[in-house]
Design a protein. Structure first.
Length: 371
């Protein structure tokens, strides 16, 4: 068993080292014309002054298309100030699909003939200036069909937030291959031609998860889904313990309600690591514990290098709070990861953005306002 344990820990360390060694150093961008950035916001959006400032600082030019339900004063005020750079589309209230999906579909229907590249972002990200240009680079060069970054959570305070951040960092720094990549809707790009070919509006209809729906459609069409490794995009993580736990469960419930096979594979991998940690702590003795902690500290040091290489200094400082768990209780990160995976399949109810949805096979079967 000891040799199995050593092998498992070696694989986890090699995986993180692989991610770090393959971080691109040149980070080339493209700045073509005809780019539209699509942003879905809730009606209580505050205008995102920080986000808008970061979008204005992008190295690539684009038009910003903001999709609302129809009653977002901050979005209307922004459009009035910014003129042609910002366009608003009012989608109304969904009846049988996710509200975000409903707004994105409305945005797709008002695209202009000159819109050639579609970039999707979330309202809670802190994008680097290279974000749009880096997402466009593989598209313009013909190296990919769908391009994606990945979220890196920034826990602002509290050990629970840092633990959730540590779980997410496990996923963020996994080796990424085109055949096993699922796009993230917070930083994703594709061509208008591909959107039309996929009938993106139809692919999203009735769905709750935008990125899962697009990713699965891409897999079925055997498209090239390319991750941009240096686009680990900062996203602040705040909230009470219940909110943070709910966030983790919701992420995996999206997966489980779209593809049980994908959920089972991910859960199986984490379950093996969780069981192995249990053996190390209860029966493996000090040598096994030393191996586990040695690999954990190695992963933390490499992740520290990754964070420093892709984030701004203040963002990196916040992200490093998650590394504390890897260093003091790496088994807790693995067990917490498994716990949210298992909790995800206890129900098909997903509370998201002020709505409670019932989802079956990726499709919304019932929805109502949540408290």
């Amino acid at each position: 068993m000891m040799w199995v344990w050593i092998g498992l820990q070696a694989l986890t360390l090699i995986g993180v080292v692989n991610y770090w060694r393959h971080l691109p150093s040149d980070r080339k961008i493209e700045t073509p014309g005809g780019v539209v950035v699509i942003l879905s916001v809730r009606d209580d959006w505050d205008g995102g002054a920080g986000l808008i400032a970061r979008l204005k600082a992008q190295s690539a030019t684009f038009r910003l298309l903001i999709a609302t339900s129809g009653d977002c004063p901050a979005a209307d005020a922004l459009a009035a100030r910014e003129g042609d750079w910002v366009q608003i589309v009012a989608a109304g209230i969904a009846r049988d699909e996710g509200q975000k999906v409903h707004k994105l579909r409305a945005a797709l229907r008002v695209l202009r003939p000159e819109d050639r590249y579609l970039v999707f972002i979330d309202a809670d990200i802190e994008p680097p200036a290279r974000l749009v240009g880096r997402l466009l680079f593989p598209l313009v060069r013909g190296k990919a069909d769908i391009v994606t970054g990945y979220r890196l959570l920034l826990p602002e305070r509290g050990m629970m937030a840092a633990l959730v951040g540590a779980v997410e960092m496990q996923l963020a720094t996994l080796p990424r291959f085109a055949s096993a990549t699922m796009p993230w809707g917070g930083a994703m790009a594709l061509t208008r031609e591909l959107a039309d070919r996929l009938d993106l509006d139809g692919a999203l209809a009735g769905r709750l998860s935008d990125d899962m729906s697009i990713g699965l459609a891409g897999w079925r069409a055997k498209l090239r889904l390319r991750p941009v490794r240096d686009l680990l995009v900062a996203s602040p993580l705040v909230g009470q313990t219940a909110d943070l736990l709910g966030f983790g469960v919701r992420q995996y419930r999206h997966i489980a309600t779209n593809s049980m096979g994908m959920w089972a594979l991910a859960t199986g991998v984490v379950a093996v690591q969780s069981a192995a940690w249990g053996w190390a702590l209860l029966a493996g003795g000090w040598p096994a514990v030393a191996v586990g902690y040695g690999a954990a500290w190695g992963r933390a040091l490499v992740r520290r290098r990754i964070i420093a290489g892709v984030l701004e200094p203040a963002q990196a400082q916040a992200a490093r709070r998650s590394l504390v768990w890897d260093m003091i209780a790496p088994f807790a990160v693995t067990w917490a990861h498994l716990a949210v995976q298992l909790m995800a399949v206890t129900s098909n109810r997903i509370v998201w953005g002020g709505w409670a949805y019932r989802v079956r096979g990726g499709r919304v079967v019932d929805m109502e306002r949540s408290a």
